[in-house]
Design a protein around this ligand. Structure first.
Ligand SMILES: [Zn+2]
Length: 310
């Protein structure tokens, strides 16, 4: 009898112990249910070069009757694990899909936290090649930025890719995935939940945070016009608050990108070098955006050499 009680007690302690260590490892990420079955965690407006914790992008999940789709996984394994805990607080349904909206490290490095659920990873048709090309530098940078918190973070390429569009069914809930031409990046993918008319834009839409360009500014302006034509009750941007006024937010973004394009073209025409353009381009947008100086300079750095050849 004595032995029996002890072993029961031991089992109980082990169960409690593993429960505690599981949650000590990763408290669930805070998420908000912005529409029925649509959960979002809003990342902080931090830059990669300063005070970066791997949690700057909007990430989340959609719950159907049979399965869950995770949309972006955050900037580290640690953030991804916390997102998985958040899913598990909401539902026991299998995580059948993990969708990446594009290649950027703040959106993909949490993928590794989901591999034990054996989901189908989905991304833009160009995502596998882009990930392979950027993998080493992304991992090196993450080590520098996060130190020990970069542990277990991995670049995990999609199992299934989207070249134009793809529908996935979570059980009485269809998500429509659309692949875009090179805009914010060359791997941009949006996700539309038909049930609630919610559009996950990835980084094709920035709110508050200065839009950053790693693709093609002219195409992006065109894509914004197409995004405006989509009937959506709600938009979840890649960064910044969820909005019911998608087109107002897209107009703000368009105004910044338009101004930047116009100013850099003018600088080139007036014989200003790239450094001068970095200091002057889109200056009247400065007060309207977070992290403007650092992101705007990088944008000029990217588009100036391209526009020089126009
Ligand atoms: Zn991005």
């Amino acid at each position: 009898m004595q032995v029996l009680i002890s072993s029961r007690l031991l089992t109980a302690l082990l169960v409690i112990g593993s429960f505690v260590s599981l949650y000590a490892e990763a408290a669930p990420l805070s998420v908000e249910e912005v529409a029925q079955g649509v959960y979002v965690h809003q990342g902080a407006h931090e830059d990669f070069d300063e005070n970066y914790h791997g949690d700057i992008a909007n990430i989340g999940f959609v719950v159907g009757k049979e399965a869950v789709a995770v949309i972006d996984t955050g900037g580290s394994y640690k953030v991804g694990l916390a997102l998985k805990q958040a899913v598990r607080h909401v539902t026991k349904l299998p995580i059948r899909y993990v969708i990446n909206t594009h290649v950027h490290p703040d959106h993909i490095f949490g993928n590794a936290a989901f591999t034990d659920e054996h989901p189908i990873f989905i991304g833009h048709v160009k995502l596998p090649a882009d990930m392979a090309r950027r993998k080493d530098i992304y991992l090196r940078n993450l080590q520098k930025e996060l130190g020990a918190d970069a542990e277990k973070s991995e670049v995990i390429a999609p199992d299934e890719t989207v070249s134009k569009s793809l529908k996935i069914d979570l059980g009485k809930r269809v998500l429509q995935l659309t692949a875009w031409t090179t805009s914010h990046t060359d791997t941009d993918l949006t996700v539309f939940d038909a049930n609630t008319k919610t559009l996950w834009t990835g980084d094709l839409l920035f709110i508050e945070r200065t839009p950053s360009i790693d693709g093609d500014i002219k195409n992006w302006l065109d894509v914004i016009d197409v995004l405006k034509s989509i009937q959506a009750d709600m938009a979840i941007p890649g960064h910044g608050p969820v909005t019911k006024n998608k087109n107002e937010a897209l107009n703000n973004e368009r105004r910044y990108l338009d101004t930047l394009l116009r100013d850099v073209r003018a600088s080139i025409k007036n014989g200003e070098d790239m450094n001068q353009a970095m200091g002057s381009a889109a200056k009247n947008e400065k007060t309207r955006w977070v992290l403007f100086d650092v992101v705007n300079r990088r944008n000029v750095n990217l588009i100036y050499p391209v526009l020089e050849w126009e």
